[in-house]
Design a protein around this ligand. Structure first.
Ligand SMILES: Cc1cc2nc3c(=O)[nH]c(=O)nc-3n(C[C@H](O)[C@H](O)[C@H](O)COP(=O)(O)O)c2cc1C
Length: 224
């Protein structure tokens, strides 16, 4: 698999098959992903990778928490900026609509939509979670570095035949996530990442997620 194939075949997978993931494959991915770049080579990413009984413990705990605080509690950063607007807000809404449309969940079916969102807590059926965090004093450049590392991980997972879904929804309960993962107060929880093998037939894994044109985000200067 070349880089283009890895990029093109990666998508956020929201239904995984019941198939275990070999720890050796994850080790290979994480060893290689250490080559990700970061400003000043600070390598600001940290993670806990969880499976089996330990993942079941966290899943049960967060579901209990979500039942008592459905709108979140102890979030340590804004998942989206307040006042998100224009094309950013339109794109955010559009991907949600595309997913619910693929599943036949209408606007009126709020119970169905909530049930779909709640599948986040089951890692969409994936057997592995990668929970990420960094030091609280890290700023936007280091958060960007974390993103580079996450994308490197996601692409290398494709090379192993594995799939993923980054999940910042867990940050709705950031402080509690740190408690569950024994991460101290000097750190901030970032996101989870469900890892496993995709259910290739599932409608939720087959809807189109469009991108804006390059010309909408890049200005060319000085080219002939
Ligand atoms: C940092 C990060 C966090 C995300 N959090 C969630 C999440 O909590 N739940 C979810 O279903 N998708 C989540 N996504 C997936 C995005 O919705 C997805 O990347 C975007 O819609 C583009 O679609 P694609 O990844 O399938 O190309 C997240 C993606 C990123 C990069």
């Amino acid at each position: 698999m070349n880089v283009t194939q890895a990029v093109q075949s990666r998508r956020s997978v929201r239904q995984f098959v019941d198939k275990p993931v070999e720890q050796a494959a994850l080790r290979r991915v994480l060893e290689k992903a250490q080559r990700s770049p970061s400003g000043g080579n600070t390598q600001p990413w940290s993670a806990v990778i969880v499976t089996g009984d330990e993942l079941a413990r966290i899943t049960a705990a967060i579901k209990a928490k979500a039942a008592t605080a459905p709108l979140g509690e102890g979030g340590e950063y804004d998942i989206y900026p307040r006042g998100l607007d224009g094309r950013y807000e339109e794109q955010r809404r559009a991907v949600g609509k595309a997913m619910f449309d693929a599943l036949g969940l209408t606007r009126e079916d709020s119970a169905g939509r909530i049930a779909q969102m709640a599948k986040n807590w089951d890692s969409f059926g994936a057997p592995v979670q990668l929970f990420t965090y960094t030091r609280k004093y890290m700023g936007p450049p280091q958060w960007s570095d974390m993103g580079m590392w996450l994308q490197t991980v996601m692409l290398l997972l494709r090379e192993e035949g594995l799939d993923s879904c980054a999940q910042e929804i867990w940050a709705m309960y950031g402080t509690y996530m740190r408690e569950l993962l024994s991460i101290d107060d000097e750190h901030i929880f970032f996101c989870g990442m469900a890892i496993g093998y995709r259910d290739a037939e599932a409608a939720v894994n087959n809807f189109d997620v469009p991108r804006v044109q390059v010309s909408d985000v890049v200005r060319w200067e000085g080219f002939e």
